[in-house]
Design a protein around this ligand. Structure first.
Ligand code: AMP
Length: 415
C-alpha cells in the first residue's frame, strides 16, 4: 500500500513511524512533513489546506491511502476533495469535522445524541457572556467557538479575565466547570462501526503542577492505571457510538478518528470536547502501544470495512512522551535554534526515540527548531515508572537553547 500522510508535527511523525513499520506499506510519503518524518518517509512540499494541491499530490504518487493528521485541513475540506477524486482517505468531511471546528455544533450534536457534557450557553455579546458567567459561577470556563489549536479555552476564577476572553473571541461557549481527572479516548470509525483505542492522559498546562498557560500539550502517557474498570466500554456506549450514529443520521457521517476529551467528574463521565483527528501528544503514546499494523486499520476506516477487522492487539506495557518546547512557548516561541543530541537520545533497542514536531533540516545537515513544540521524546517500558525514566533520560541528552519541558509527566500515575 502506498500511503501519504498530511501534516508536519510529532503526531504525523508518530503516524509515519508506525506506518513505516507496517509490512503492508510499500511506499510512505509525508507532506509537508518535518526533519523527523524525512527519516522514514519521502517528504513533499504542499499547502496542506489546499484540497486541489493535496489531491494532485496524492494522484501523482498513486497513493492508495491518504491520512490527514491535523484539524485545519479537515475543516478546510481536504478529505472531501480527496474523496471526490476517488482517493481513500482517513479523516472526516468538513461537515463532520465541525464536531471539532465549532464548539457550538459539538454541543448541538451531543444534546441530540444524549451524550453527557457540561451545561453551556453560546454567547455573542458581552451582556450574554456576563449572564452566563454568573449563572454558573466560578471557576469560569470560556471557549472560543472556532478552531484555536488547543489554546482558545480560558479557565479562571477571575471574572474580568473571563469577560475579556469572551470579548476577544466574538462567539464563545461558556460552560459549567467540570471537576475530576481528564482522559483522552480515541476511536477509529468508518461512520458506523466504532473501534476505541487505549485511553491516554495529556498535560495541557505549560508548567509543572499544571501551572501556567494552556498549550497544545506538553506530554502524555498510557495506560491509565487509575482509570475505573470498564471506562472504555462505558464511553463507547454513552459517548462514541451515539455521536457517530447521530452524525450518520444527519446525513454527514463521521469517518476517521473521533477523539473524546473526557472529565471523570464526581457526577459521572462528561465530554469536555471532541476532536476530529488524532490528538497530539496522546497519539505518540497510544501508537507506541498498538501492536496491530496501522495501515490496515486506517484503510478499513477509509473504506467502510472496520466491521471486518480483527480485534486490535496492544502492548501490555506503558508509554510516556515528554514534549520539548521552544523558549517563549506558547506565547511567542523562538525558532531557528540548533538541536543537538538527537542520535544520543535514541535507545538502540527502540525503547526510547525522538519524534519531531517543529523542526527543519538546515542545509548543513543540522536540525533547527521551527515551531513552538519542537520534539516529542517518547519511551516505552514494562510500567509507567520505567517508561518515564527512559523518556527523561533521553530528554536530558538533547540540547536546545532555551528549550523547556515539564518534569512531572506521568509522575503521579507512576507512583
Ligand atoms: P478544550 O480545548 O475544550 O479541550 O479545553 C482545553 C482544556 O481546558 C481542557 O483540557 C481542560 O483542562 C480545560 N477545560 C475545558 N472545559 C472545561 C470545563 N468545562 N471544566 C473544566 N476544565 C475545562
Amino acid at each position: 500500500m502506498k500511503v501519504l500522510v498530511i501534516g508536519g508535527g510529532a503526531r504525523e511523525h508518530a503516524l509515519c513511524r508506525s506506518l513505516s513499520q507496517d509490512p503492508a506499506v510499500t511506499e510512505l510519503h509525508c507532506a509537508p512533513g518535518n526533519a523527523g518524518t524525512a527519516q522514514v518517509a519521502t517528504v513533499h512540499q504542499v499547502d496542506q489546506l489546499d484540497g486541489a494541491q493535496v489531491t494532485a499530490l496524492a494522484r501523482g504518487l498513486g497513493a492508495e491511502l491518504v491520512v490527514v493528521g491535523p484539524e485545519a485541513p479537515l475543516v478546510a475540506g481536504v478529505a472531501d476533495a480527496l474523496r471526490a477524486a476517488g482517493v481513500a482517505v482517513f479523516g472526516p468531511s468538513a461537515e463532520a469535522a465541525r464536531l471539532e471546528g465549532s464548539k457550538a455544533f459539538a454541543k448541538d450534536v451531543m444534546a441530540a445524541a444524549g451524550v453527557p457534557t457540561a451545561r453551556s450557553y453560546v454567547c455573542t455579546t458581552p451582556a450574554e457572556a456576563a449572564e452566563a458567567l454568573d449563572a454558573f459561577g466560578a471557576p469560569y470556563v470560556v471557549k472560543d467557538d472556532g478552531l484555536a489549536a488547543g489554546k482558545g479555552v480560558v479557565v479562571t476564577s477571575d471574572r474580568d479575565e473571563a469577560l475579556a476572553h469572551a470579548a476577544a473571541c466574538g462567539q464563545v461557549v461558556i460552560e459549567e466547570y467540570l471537576d475530576g481527572p481528564e482522559v483522552s479516548l480515541f476511536a477509529i470509525t468508518d461512520g458506523t462501526t466504532v473501534l476505541p483505542l487505549q485511553p491516554a492522559q495529556d498535560f495541557k498546562r505549560a508548567l509543572d503542577g499544571d501551572q501556567g498557560p494552556n498549550t497544545g500539550g506538553m506530554g502524555a502517557y498510557s495506560p491509565l492505571p487509575w482509570a475505573p474498570e470498564g471506562l472504555v466500554e462505558e464511553v463507547l456506549e454513552t459517548v462514541l457510538q451515539p455521536t457517530v450514529d447521530e452524525l450518520r443520521r444527519r446525513g454527514t457521517p463521521f469517518s476517521g478518528l473521533l477523539y473524546a476529551g473526557l472529565a471523570l467528574t464526581s457526577r459521572g463521565t462528561r465530554v469536555i470536547e471532541f476532536n476530529a483527528r488524532f490528538g497530539d501528544p496522546e497519539t505518540q503514546v497510544v501508537l507506541a502501544r498498538l501492536r496491530t499494523p496501522l495501515a490496515g486499520v486506517l484503510h478499513a476506516s477509509a473504506t467502510g470495512t472496520l466491521d471486518q477487522l480483527e480485534p486490535l492487539r496492544w502492548d501490555e506495557g506503558a508509554a510516556v512522551t515528554v514534549v520539548i518546547a521552544a523558549e517563549g512557548y506558547p506565547a511567542a516561541p523562538r525558532t531557528g535554534d540548533p538541536i543537538e543530541g538527537l542520535a544520543e537520545a535514541e535507545a538502540a533497542d527502540g525503547t526510547a526515540y525522538v519524534l519531531h514536531a517543529g523542526t527543519k533540516a538546515a542545509e548543513d545537515g543540522r536540525v533547527l527548531s521551527a515551531g513552538g513544540r519542537v520534539l516529542s521524546v517518547t519511551a516505552t517500558g514494562a510500567g509507567l515508572a520505567e517508561a518515564r525514566e527512559r523518556a527523561y533520560r533521553a530528554v536530558e541528552r538533547i540540547s536546545l537553547a532555551g528549550g523547556q519541558h515539564r518534569g512531572d509527566i506521568a509522575l503521579k500515575a507512576a507512583q
